[in-house]
Design a protein around this ligand. Structure first.
Ligand SMILES: Cc1cc2nc3c(=O)[nH]c(=O)nc-3n(C[C@H](O)[C@H](O)[C@H](O)COP(=O)(O)OP(=O)(O)OC[C@H]3O[C@@H](n4cnc5c(N)ncnc54)[C@H](O)[C@@H]3O)c2cc1C
Length: 384
């Protein structure tokens, strides 16, 4: 593989790691307990270009490459996945505006998000439409130069704090193709008829915001359409690789964070008059964990490298996400095992990593969906 780390990559890694150590780790437990969104930490992250590393400077970002963004995600999730997801998901869906939005939309909506002043989100999932995006029912009916939106969304990251959301709605109830007839709209939070209900009691990433949304005759002008009317599903497919590589990077960060805790604990904890890291059973666990993390990391960097070259490497991104999310779950489990009974308590960060790891197997397409994509690709059924 041909990617290499530049001085810029090394610097952004150092910056993100230090930020994680100094600003995130000390307050991670409190934010997990209280489910409090880390507004104050976001303000500090803004100053260090950690909100939108790879959005072009012209649109308010730091103008770095895609790999730099992946490195930031990895390092922040290594510190704490809950606070990290609150910080890194503030721009969730920005690719839609970047790739398919008008210049006016980019200036009006993307710039304040990339600068960290605004938050955005993407509302695709519905109570009856999860993995099967094409079955979504939220309706947007044309009324002259406006559209009137009715329907419900669930599990929407930043749903109750976002300044605006990209809402995927059906504009054609009888499209010629199953995946057609869906359009993406920018919906600002103060549109009459829009409401958000925070979803409490998440198992993990508890410092990030999640909400259910309702649209009751929400009217938006036609200039709020992103891209082509009826083509939102196809637009989405064009940058799924970026989102999946980003989640795979989250998983690598989580696995590394859990490993760090296990390594430290194994050197401190004594049983049978010696540190438990002297026991071969523990050494073998550490060796397997370190090897799995390295393999996952390489898959992530490969996908990031291909994205950086301008591609949409669907197969590589799905492989990276499938593998890295499993590694995150398994490494977090082994890290907890190394802590023995103490790992079962919230006093140790490993308990949080264990809960947080699970989400990487669920969002941006479940592991089953990644397997479907990989299988179709190896069978030559899709051109990825
Ligand atoms: C914390 C969190 C944040 C989220 N953020 C967002 C967000 O910001 N925006 C958004 O739109 N959505 C978001 N989601 C939703 C997420 O993307 C969906 O939960 C996910 O796509 C799965 O959909 P579902 O939950 O309806 O499960 P289902 O699709 O009902 O799947 C249930 C089970 O069936 C399996 N399954 C389904 N179809 C197939 C198939 N064809 N072959 C094999 N197995 C299959 C799945 O893998 C899973 O195991 C979020 C979810 C969570 C939990």
């Amino acid at each position: 593989m041909d990617f290499e780390f530049t001085e810029e990559h090394k610097l952004i890694r150092k910056t993100a790691r230090q930020f994680g150590e100094e600003m995130i780790k000390p307050v991670a437990h409190d934010h997990d307990e209280s489910c409090k969104y880390p507004h104050d930490i976001v303000e500090k992250a803004k100053k260090l270009d950690l909100i939108a590393p790879s959005i072009p400077e012209k649109y308010g970002g730091a103008g770095m490459d895609f790999l730099s963004g992946v490195i930031v995600i990895e390092e922040l999730f290594r510190a704490d996945p809950g606070i990290a997801s609150a910080i890194t998901a503030r721009i969730f869906g920005c690719d839609m505006i970047l790739d398919f939005g008008t210049e006016e939309q980019r200036k009006k909506y993307l710039v304040p998000v990339a600068k960290g002043d605004w938050v955005m989100g993407s509302a695709i999932t519905e109570p009856e439409a999860g993995s099967d995006v094409a079955s979504l029912k939220t309706r947007a009916e044309r009324k002259g130069k406006n559209f009137v939106i009715n329907g419900n969304k669930i599990f929407i990251t930043n749903g109750s704090i976002a300044n605006f959301l990209i809402v995927f709605a059906r504009t054609d109830t009888n499209p010629p193709e199953r995946h057609g007839g869906i359009t993406a709209f920018i919906v600002e939070k103060d549109r009459p008829g829009f409401s958000a209900r925070p979803m409490k009691n998440k198992m993990g990433i508890r410092a990030s915001d999640l909400a259910e949304l309702s649209f009751d005759n929400v009217t938006v002008p036609e200039e709020n359409i992103i891209g082509q009317e009826g083509s939102a599903f196809y637009h989405l497919m064009q940058f799924f690789a970026r989102g999946r590589t980003a989640v795979a990077a989250q998983a690598v960060g989580i696995a590394q964070g859990a490993f760090d805790e296990a390594l430290k604990y194994s050197q401190e904890r004594k049983q049978f008059n010696r540190p438990i890291c002297d026991l071969q059973a523990i050494q073998f666990k550490l060796a397997d964990m370190a090897t799995d993390i390295e393999a996952a990391r390489l898959l992530v960097y490969k996908a990031a490298y291909l994205v950086g070259k301008g591609g949409n490497p669907g197969r590589e991104a799905s492989m990276a996400k499938l593998f890295a999310s499993r590694v995150a779950r398994e490494v977090a489990n082994e890290a907890l095992q190394i802590h023995g009974g103490y790992g079962f308590f919230k006093d140790y960060p490993v308990e949080r990593f264990y809960r947080d790891a699970k989400i990487t197997e669920l969002y941006e397409g479940t592991s089953e969906i990644q397997r479907l994509i990989i299988a179709r690709s190896v069978l030559g059924k899709i051109p990825v």
